[in-house]
Design a protein around this ligand. Structure first.
Ligand code: GLP
Length: 241
């Protein structure tokens, strides 16, 4: 695991975009695994800026998102579908039938398995962008999730619902379930890029750096088994190290 320290969220966005662009420049039809949340916002801004100024094309790129809330309509402003449109897709030339997110309204075991099959049929993820939850979740794989699991439906913990409530008008509106790529799905990616920003992630970052064995109680620790993980973290996220 390679750790890159940066000053702040802006620099984190620039560095993360650079890593993603290297993948696209090397392989114009790359499969990108994408993440949502506050942390990747700057990364998407940088990619949009690069698209506008340098013309990097996404015409052949395929994208698969990590997760989505269960039961929320894709057109709902709080869905991750909307997040991706609003922060990234509407600004680039990625064809509409080349971006995929888990279906918030189709969540049987069979539907979940189909998402993993879809990823396999695209040739697997070349680069998976990841954030981390304060409790160490990746995607929506909460503590206790088996480390080899594929895409599945999860019951969100109170701490995750509270952390994400800032996007909703009240905590009661935050869905109680989500559909997420599993840790097993994430570990199949050829390359993982974990971005970590802010003091509220310092403890998770501390635990990750100290992890020597993968533990389901701290899902991000699964990443230590992966051969190609880059972590970009800002000063506040690294403040306990
Ligand atoms: C959500 C997402 C995760 C993300 C995490 C951290 O729970 N499902 O994929 O990594 O939040 O988000 P933020 O970057 O807003 O702290």
């Amino acid at each position: 695991m390679q750790i890159v320290a940066v000053k702040d969220k802006r620099e984190l966005g620039r560095k993360a975009a650079k890593v993603i662009l290297e993948v696209i420049h090397k392989k114009p039809d790359a499969v990108l695994g994408l993440a949502t949340g506050g942390t990747p916002e700057e990364t998407y801004k940088e990619l949009v800026k690069d698209h506008r100024e340098n013309g990097t094309s996404y015409k052949a790129v395929r994208t698969v998102n990590l997760d989505e809330y269960v039961g929320i309509d894709p057109s709902d402003p709080n869905s991750y579908h909307s997040y991706m449109d609003h922060n990234f897709f509407k600004y680039i030339d990625l064809p509409e039938d080349q971006h995929f997110l888990p279906d918030s309204l189709a969540t049987t075991d069979h539907d979940c398995a189909r998402y993993d099959d879809l990823i396999d049929s695209l040739g697997g993820v070349d680069l998976q962008l990841l954030g981390i939850g304060g409790n160490g979740h990746i995607g929506f794989n909460e503590p206790g999730t088996p480390l080899s699991i594929g895409t599945h439906v999860v019951q969100l913990t109170d701490s995750t619902r509270k952390a994400n409530a800032r996007y909703f008008s009240s905590l009661s509106e935050v869905p109680e379930q989500a559909i997420t790529m599993g840790i097993g799905t994430i570990l199949k990616s050829k390359k993982v890029l974990l971005i970590v920003s802010g003091e509220e992630k310092a403890e998770a970052m501390y635990k990750l750096v100290r992890s020597s064995v993968p533990e389901s109680g701290f899902p991000a620790s699964a990443l230590i088994q992966h051969p190609d993980v880059t972590v970009i973290a800002d000063r506040s996220a690294l403040s306990l190290i």
